[in-house]
Design a protein around this ligand. Structure first.
Ligand code: 8Y7
Length: 278
């Protein structure tokens, strides 16, 4: 498989990589000053690089089920200074946003991957990405973050996610986003019941189609809480198990909170299975 093109960066597709999550949200321990918040996020970004992240995903708006919306100017104030300080370093920086204004500002600040849980369905989102040289992650979501977990229904979750992703990839290519800039993601937890999430993970290899690399985000998610009975902060070991199961089924990138622990797990996997990858 060819490398993923993220701006001037090239990410080799030969072994699984880690995307470190960097949430820039108000810090209840600080005095509420924006400087502190941005500063801490940048420091955390450098820490994630040291721990083995191949890319850092900066987000300023929670898309967790039922989260309160963040005004656009606030999302911009949180993420843009962080991206500006982390971009241009050894690894590419990703922006996690659904908003075209944030995509544009993030690209200008040096982001080279657009991680959009809405799969570039907003007006102009495709055009903005096509005009850049950034990579894009196209993720499946049923419904919208406010109501998506109310009662998700599928006839066949694997077929429906697969159909959506191949359609969005085709639309992105027609819009001018080259194949080697596209990542696909089944969107664990985005309009999916526990059973849907487990079925998607079980059949993940069915989604590895068309040569597009797969990104998987299961880190600390509620499906793992449902299985283990653990609260969010205690889902690290469940997350590691899920990450390895995903890699065994062809995932190429893992979006995780716990970069150091995931890097160790991947090192063990790589030592045993790295040469036998499907
Ligand atoms: C995912 C994601 C979230 C995911 C991609 C969380 C922003 C919820 N999950 N992006 N974002 N894939 N591509 O728990 O699974 O991290 S937010």
């Amino acid at each position: 498989m060819a490398d993923l093109h993220c701006g001037r960066y090239r990410l080799p597709l030969e072994r699984p990589l880690i995307m470190g999550i960097l949430n820039v949200t108000p810090d209840s321990f600080s005095d509420g000053g924006l400087f502190t918040e941005v500063d801490r996020a940048v420091e955390r970004g450098f820490q994630l690089m040291e721990q083995g992240a191949a890319i850092i995903d900066v987000g300023g708006e929670s898309t967790r089920p039922g989260a309160t919306p963040v005004p656009l100017h606030e999302e911009l104030r949180r993420v843009i200074p962080v991206i500006a300080q982390l971009a241009g370093g050894p690894i590419p920086i990703s922006i996690d946003t659904r908003h075209v204004e944030v995509m544009q500002a993030a690209l200008a600040a040096g982001a080279t991957l657009i991680n959009d849980v809405n799969a570039l369905r907003a007006p102009n989102a495709l055009e903005i990405c096509a005009a850049s040289d950034a990579a894009v992650c196209l993720m499946h979501m049923q419904g919208n973050p406010l109501t998506m977990q109310d009662n998700p229904v599928y006839d066949d979750v694997l077929e429906e996610v697969k159909g959506f992703l191949s359609q969005r990839a085709a639309v992105a290519e027609v819009a001018g986003i080259a194949r080697n800039r596209i990542l696909l993601d089944p969107g664990f937890g985005f309009g999916k019941s526990v059973a849907h999430n487990l079925a998607l993970l079980r059949g993940l290899d069915m989604l590895a189609m068309g040569g597009y690399p797969l990104l998987v985000g299961l880190s600390r998610k509620s499906v793992l809480g449902a299985v283990t009975g653990q609260a969010v902060a205690d889902r690290v070991s469940g997350s590691i198990a899920a990450a390895l199961l995903a890699v065994m089924r062809g995932a190429w990138m893992l979006r995780v909170h716990d970069v150091a622990a995931t890097a160790n797990a991947l090192a063990v996997w790589q030592a045993v299975e790295g040469d036998n990858r499907p």
